[in-house]
Design a protein around this ligand. Structure first.
Ligand SMILES: Nc1nc2c(ncn2[C@@H]2O[C@H](COP(=O)(O)OP(=O)(O)OP(=O)(O)O)[C@@H](O)[C@H]2O)c(=O)[nH]1
Ligand SMILES: [Mg+2]
Length: 363
């Protein structure tokens, strides 16, 4: 059997987290908590020089491993990407499963995939991640099985067989996803035939996209105060006051440095935004990293070819802000922005009116 990714979800594993900055650490904590990891320590480190073996000096690496042992951690999780060989070096040094940021995010997606489409897309991302990492020491954390390829003589052939098998699986999945994508295109064409404008809700994960879709249309998309609650695109009709109808689509959340394998695999879901007549870019106004989140979403949109679509920047969660001057200053900072609270039902009617005015412009 080709090896799995580290199986750490839903087992409340003790994790030592390692991050490069305070902001990144906050996000790493959020990601780890989403996977229900038990965080035994969060180390913020300063790397003066990226050294190839561990991505940092070997003194620092030993220190971290010692700390992990002391705290009886079951795994070490990094907030940055490790090359396949760095990951292997860390696992040899620590004798523990070592996950980088990419794998952590792929794991979260895996634990959250409900529909067949999301499931296929996650599987594809996992295989792309696994392919260059076939020589990993740890195969599955739940079994703590060691055994490197190559250590028993016929390892090399086994490695080749596994590699080929994974490539075949990738090919098969790509074919299946192609089918699902075709269905999505058919659905899109049907929607286009209805002659209704489409408005896509996009934004950083946890900004309140699904909450907004639910509040405006009475849908019941899964909402949770964790990252990547939604991995699918859901479309509902929104009845506007002037008698118009708009199709409102909620979609998968963005995150800074979304692993490339996931962007690739989720392309068809993410691309829903690029077919919209209007984009609602939702931001959590109460998050200190709002500006970084704004930029991330702008970048992903432009990568998807959706940069030119008219957009409204929607500052959500203003109920969390201490006073209205904070709202004012955010409004002046972001062009074409307006402020709402889905939770407290503030300005939702105003947003509906704005949608009906703007959606016509690009339809
Ligand atoms: N205080 C406050 N919380 C809100 C508001 N809107 C949404 N939330 C909360 O924010 C959290 C995330 O909401 P979701 O609607 O799941 O966010 P999302 O953007 O769909 O997230 P992903 O699907 O993970 O990308 C939930 O706990 C919501 O209850 C708001 O106006 N104020
Ligand atoms: Mg959601």
């Amino acid at each position: 059997m080709p090896q799995k990714l580290h199986d750490i979800a839903e087992k409340s594993k003790r994790a030592l987290l390692v991050s490069l900055s305070k902001d990144a650490a906050r996000e790493l904590r959020g990601l780890a908590e989403t996977l229900v990891l038990n965080i035994v320590s969060l180390e913020i480190i300063n790397i003066r020089e990226k050294q190839p073996r561990f991505g940092m000096g070997s003194g620092k690496a030993s220190e971290l491993v010692e700390k992990a042992k002391e705290l009886k951690a079951d795994c070490i999780v990094f907030d940055f990407d490790l090359s396949p060989s760095q990951q292997r070096n860390w696992e040899e040094l620590s004798d523990l499963p070592v996950l980088d940021r990419q794998e952590l995010i792929i794991q979260i997606f895996a634990s959250r995939a409900i529909t067949r489409e999301a499931d296929l897309q996650v599987q594809l991302a996992q295989l792309h991640y696994r392919l260059p990492r076939l020589t990993h020491k740890y195969i599955d954390l739940s079994q703590q099985r060691g055994g490197r390829y190559g250590s028993k003589g016929k390892g090399e052939t086994k490695l080749e067989t596994d590699r080929r098998r994974i490539e075949q699986q990738i090919h098969k999945l790509e074919k299946e996803i192609e089918q699902v994508t075709k269905q999505r295109q058919v659905q899109r064409r049907q929607r286009e035939r209805q002659g209704l404008p489409v408005c896509a809700i996009v934004g950083y994960t946890n900004a309140g996209k699904s909450s907004l879709l639910n509040a405006l249309t009475g849908a019941d998309v899964f909402v949770e105060d964790k990252l990547f609650a939604t991995l699918d695109a859901t479309t509902r009709r929104l009845q506007l006051e002037d008698g118009k109808t708009v199709l409102l689509t909620d979609t998968v959340g963005f995150i800074r440095r979304l692993p490339h394998s996931l962007i690739k695999a989720f392309r068809s879901t993410l691309e829903e935004a690029s077919h919209a007549n209007l984009i609602l870019h939702i931001l959590d106004a109460s998050d200190v990293n709002i500006n970084e989140y704004y930029q991330t979403t702008i970048n992903v949109l432009s990568e998807l070819g959706a940069a030119e679509i008219p957009a409204i920047t929607v500052l959500n969660k203003i109920d969390n802000l201490e006073d209205s001057s904070m709202t004012e200053s955010l409004l002046s900072k972001y062009p074409d922005s307006m402020a709402i609270s889905v939770k407290k039902d503030i300005n939702l009617n105003f947003l509906k009116n704005l949608i009906s005015q703007k959606v016509i412009l690009n339809f």
